[in-house]
Design a protein around this ligand. Structure first.
Ligand SMILES: Cc1cc2nc3c(=O)[nH]c(=O)nc-3n(C[C@H](O)[C@H](O)[C@H](O)COP(=O)(O)OP(=O)(O)OC[C@H]3O[C@@H](n4cnc5c(N)ncnc54)[C@H](O)[C@@H]3O)c2cc1C
Length: 313
């Protein structure tokens, strides 16, 4: 029954302010609260603690400070300063210098030029400290502008940044050629947003087929690509494809989300592959959390079970 609940429904709930208020009060309050399965915590210190645990298991990390779609220039500047402080804390803690961020969080909806300047400010500091910054890909509304911004900054000489392409979008195979020609680092994902049929594949088989085609191109012609999926079939095919072409495991990495398929993360690391875990943290965790429920409605049962357990404790 749960499988029938659509992604649309969870995206609709993600916009509900009252649900967000209730969830925010209870989702993080204890170490066992339901949101902590997928979100490391609300502070940078909690994210660093999670990163250290993963590092001890032989996993790499990237940190994502949750907060999307800021609506004023002041909020965008504050988010930029926050990223500089996060980079500073990561530096001090000596964890992987790898950050994932969203351009809407740097003010893309407010003023494109300001968002680019904010990104330049982040990059100037992070590149000097040896960081890599990945621009997460948001809904299709942002695809063209995100790729253009990457190209602009690339031309200016910035090399410490990369992009994400979503196999679900019909345009992505062409975008991949464009990013490969540029020399940019690509993270390949299936795509977390609901998009119209005119521009996106809707059947899982079509998304998977596009994912596999793009994976093949990335492994043979990409620049240290990230194959980001929990789909064991896609992971198996990536391993096969790379091995058959003598592409060694140090020339690409697998990526997975915090709290999802931890068994598979550990197995791949044991098998000698690089596995990077995407660690989201921050007070604005609700929309991210709802996207994860939308991908796998069975997670709702996990939330319900956590709530019942908390009530009993
Ligand atoms: C590191 C990383 C970064 C990402 N960045 C972006 C981005 O910038 N933009 C974007 O649009 N999307 C991003 N995504 C999300 C991505 O687009 C997919 O929505 C998500 O990864 C689920 O697809 P899948 O490849 O795992 O395959 P699916 O076919 O959806 O799932 C395969 C299997 O993985 C497991 N699984 C998948 N999702 C869940 C879940 N939520 N809970 C529990 N089990 C699950 C299940 O066992 C499932 O059968 C990112 C994903 C990863 C791993």
């Amino acid at each position: 029954m749960l499988a029938g609940i659509s992604k649309h429904f969870f995206h609709f709930l993600a916009g509900s302010r009252s649900l967000q208020r209730v969830a925010s009060r209870i989702g993080m309050r204890k170490p066992t609260s339901f949101a902590r399965r997928f979100i490391a915590g609300e502070t940078i210190d909690e994210a660093i603690a999670a990163a250290l645990v993963l590092r001890a298991r032989g996993l790499l990390v990237t940190l994502d400070h949750l907060g999307e779609n800021v609506t004023t220039a002041d909020e965008a500047s504050a988010a930029t300063r926050e990223y500089l402080a996060i980079a500073e804390s990561m530096n001090r803690a000596d964890i992987d210098r790898n950050i994932s961020l969203k351009l809407s969080g740097l003010g893309l909806d407010v003023d494109k030029n300001q968002a680019i300047d904010n990104l330049r400010t982040v990059l100037r500091r992070t590149e000097a400290a040896g960081f890599f910054v990945r621009l997460d890909m948001e809904s299709s509304h942002y695809t063209s502008v995100t790729l253009e911004i990457v190209e602009t900054l690339w031309r200016e000489g910035h090399r410490g940044l990369g992009v994400v392409l979503q196999a679900a979008l019909r345009r992505s195979e062409q975008d991949l050629q464009r990013m490969n020609a540029l020399g940019g680092r690509v993270r390949l994902v299936k795509g977390a947003y609901t998009e119209p049929r005119t521009i996106a594949y809707h059947r899982k088989a079509d998304v998977d087929a596009a994912y596999e085609r793009m994976m093949r191109l990335l492994i043979t012609a990409g620049h240290y690509p990230a194959i980001a999926t929990h789909d064991h079939v896609m992971i198996y095919r990536t391993r096969q494809w790379a091995a058959a072409r003598a592409v060694t495991p140090d020339r690409f990495e697998f990526q997975m989300l915090y709290g999802i398929r931890r068994d598979l993360q550990a197995k791949l690391a044991r098998d000698g592959y690089r596995v990077r875990v995407y660690i989201p943290f921050g007070r604005e965790w609700f929309p991210y959390f709802m996207r994860r429920l939308g991908e796998r409605p069975a997670n709702v049962l996990f939330v319900v079970r956590s709530l019942i357990r908390e009530k009993r404790e």
